[in-house]
Design a protein around this ligand. Structure first.
Ligand SMILES: NC(=O)c1ccc[n+]([C@@H]2O[C@H](COP(=O)([O-])OP(=O)(O)OC[C@H]3O[C@@H](n4cnc5c(N)ncnc54)[C@H](OP(=O)(O)O)[C@@H]3O)[C@@H](O)[C@H]2O)c1
Length: 280
């Protein structure tokens, strides 16, 4: 299989790559922002799995231009599985190079742009799979479509929660559109997993996340299991539009099942990208 994993250079993405690379028939492309980290990831995967069909693409997925450049970079591949996994929490409000709030840009728009481009240009195969790494953190919030980028009253944790709600709304809508190409789209909660997540935040919040992880988080091996299940299991080859936890369908929040919100998010994402010069 040809597999693309965004944020494949550490944490859940890296662990997923490690397991999938053990099948020498799998060709895996990791996408990450940090070149040295990407090269190191490939080196260690090569050493540990002996799989030589591994490569790294350096892309800042919070950038619309860089993310959309993946259309050319992946043009001659026929992708079987796209795993949208890159994500982060930004304790303070910062904007991407396009002037978009960075949590929304990275955690939602990168999934939106990459999936749409691969579908539209038939880079993902008929019968392929798109997997969006969401989170149980989506619960307890809703989207404010008048201020989706949280210009007022920004709170990093709330912004993160909303971006993960976007992942589920997007999964539901995209699964309907991808049906005609027999492509499945599912999302998941990996559990609370000990990874590098949150390390980009310095100060108290970084320390809090680190302490909570060392006390309560599960091992990355366990966290990656549902991603690997969705990428490989025959049991899910005809299931689409669902939210999984521990390799089973799980019921997400009521807000994530609101069809009107899914439509609004889709339209607003198209509009924001169009205003920034990207027509999907
Ligand atoms: N850990 C948890 O408890 C947990 C729970 C629920 C959901 N999740 C979700 O799981 C996913 C993976 O998180 P993780 O815990 O594995 O975190 P992680 O260890 O911090 O890994 C994040 C990955 O995303 C990449 N990334 C971050 N910003 C990027 C950018 N601008 N452009 C390109 N790549 C970028 C990183 O690469 P670089 O270092 O090169 O930037 C890294 O490979 C996220 O979507 C997160 O929301 C995690």
């Amino acid at each position: 299989m040809n597999i693309v994993i965004t944020g494949g250079t550490s944490g859940l993405g890296f662990r997923t790559a490690f397991i999938l690379a053990q099948d020498s028939k799998n060709k895996i492309i990791l996408i990450g922002k940090n070149k040295a980290k990407g090269e190191q990831a490939i080196k260690s995967l090569n050493n540990e799995t002996k799989n030589k069909n591994l490569s790294f693409l350096q892309v800042d997925l919070s950038s619309i231009f860089e993310t959309s450049s993946l259309k050319e970079k992946l043009a001659n591949k026929k992708i079987d599985v796209l795993i949208n996994n890159a994500g982060a929490l930004f304790y303070s409000r910062i904007e991407s190079e396009d002037g978009i709030e960075k949590t929304f840009a990275l955690n939602h728009l990168s999934y939106f742009i990459l999936s749409n481009l691969l579908l539209k240009h038939k880079i993902i195969k008929n019968g392929g799979r798109i997997i969006n790494v969401a989170s149980g953190a989506h619960r307890g919030v809703d989207i404010n479509f008048d201020d989706i980028e949280m210009v007022t009253n920004y709170n990093g944790w709330v912004s993160y929660k909303k971006s993960k709600l976007c992942n589920i709304l997007f999964t539901k809508k995209l699964s309907e559109l991808a049906l005609k190409n027999n492509i499945t789209v599912n999302c998941l909660h990996p559990g609370f997993v000990k990874t590098g997540f949150g390390k980009n935040n310095t100060g108290v919040i970084g320390l809090i996340i680190k302490s909570l992880m060392s006390l309560f988080a599960i091992r990355v091996e366990e966290g990656a299991e549902t991603i690997i299940y969705l990428a490989t299991s025959n049991n899910v080859k005809n299931i689409s539009g669902e939210y999984f936890y521990e390799s089973k369908i799980n019921k997400p929040s009521l807000n994530s099942e609101n069809k009107k919100s899914a439509d609004n998010l889709w339209d607003l994402s198209i509009k924001i990208l169009k205003n920034k010069g990207l027509t999907l």
